[in-house]
Design a protein around this ligand. Structure first.
Ligand code: SF4
Length: 304
């Protein structure tokens, strides 16, 4: 362990800080870049508990954590790391899942060096906290333990939302809306949940076992799934909002739809096409979920 002392400006205030730069952060990011270049397999050598806890100790618990500001889904990274430092891994997983429905997925796919880790203050004078590694450790630990740390679910509102498409945007919206107390059913036209995660990302980057485990956690939280559904092709909005009784529909299939402009029908913007865009699509799914929640509670709210 060695220390580096320096001066810097955090939000305009000149501060003297001591940056812990050792032990060196663990480098899953480097490995992931290697995978993209076809050199390595992404899922070997997952970070161990001791290494991850050492890494968590490097976090400065900043008053204004820039890491979280740069996360497209707004994960409360400082709080997650704080719980991990207390040895509360299930609590850290719960906190992580409050904002991120798919932590095992994003830990493997996110370009953290441009996002949360790119904002980490330690990166100004040394190496940023290996946030992606920490996220992956928490997600893998809970998957292997069989005891997922799931977030609290609000009291039921009695409102129902149908989500058409089970890609990253749809799953992110499903995770948020179920936490807010709404009934959520995801319709997928194919026989596997995940959209681009199931059909577009190679197994070397994202093992299907990880994806299925995340889907199972959403199911445990109460999200319903329907595969091989013609409704997942966006053909049944009228039916969903009519005889099937849904108050809102989120069209998360990424394509242009014929139902834009209908009251209670929300669209999700862009579709994820590769690993880097998964987290962007999830951020759009969260935004759609906020609009849907507002609409369901007040009758107002934007459509997209
Ligand atoms: S910016 Fe870096 S040091 Fe500060 S809270 Fe986030 S991870 Fe910790």
């Amino acid at each position: 362990m060695w220390l580096e002392v320096g001066k810097g400006s955090d939000s305009g205030v000149l501060v003297t800080y001591i940056t812990s730069v050792g032990p060196r952060r663990i480098g899953i990011m480097d490995r992931r870049l290697g995978v993209r270049e076809g050199k390595e397999e992404a899922n070997m050598d997952a970070p161990g508990e001791q290494m991850t806890c050492n890494e968590a100790e490097r976090c400065l618990s900043c008053n204004r954590p820039a890491c979280a500001v740069q996360c497209p889904v707004g994960v409360k990274i400082r709080e997650v790391i704080g719980l991990l430092r207390q040895g509360d891994i299930p609590g850290a997983a719960r906190k992580l899942r409050e904002d991120n429905s798919l932590p095992g997925v994003t830990a493997r796919l996110c370009p953290q060096e441009k996002l949360c880790e790119g904002g980490c203050i330690l990166g100004r004078r040394g190496e940023p906290v290996a946030i992606g590694n920490i996220e992956r450790f928490i997600a893998d630990y809970e998957r292997e333990s069989g005891a997922p740390g799931l977030p609290e679910i609000a009291a039921r509102t009695g409102k129902s939302v149908a989500i058409l498409g089970s890609g990253p945007a749809g799953l992110a919206a499903a995770g948020d809306l179920i936490q807010l107390g709404h009934r959520v059913r995801v319709f997928e036209e194919r026989n596997e949940i995940g959209g681009v995660l199931a059909y577009g990302i190679p197994e070397t980057l994202l093992p299907r076992e990880v994806l299925r485990s995340e889907v199972e956690n959403l199911r445990r939280m109460g999200v319903e799934f329907e595969t091989d559904s013609v409704l997942g092709k966006n053909a049944g909005v009228d039916e969903l909002m009519g005889e099937m009784g849904y108050e809102a529909v989120y069209v998360a299939d990424g394509g242009e739809t014929a139902c834009n402009g209908k009251r209670g029908v929300f669209t999700g913007g862009e579709i994820a096409v590769d690993a880097d865009s998964v987290i962007v699509a999830m951020g759009l799914g969260r935004k759609a979920a906020q609009g849907i929640d507002e609409y369901l509670r007040t009758g107002l709210g934007t459509r997209d």
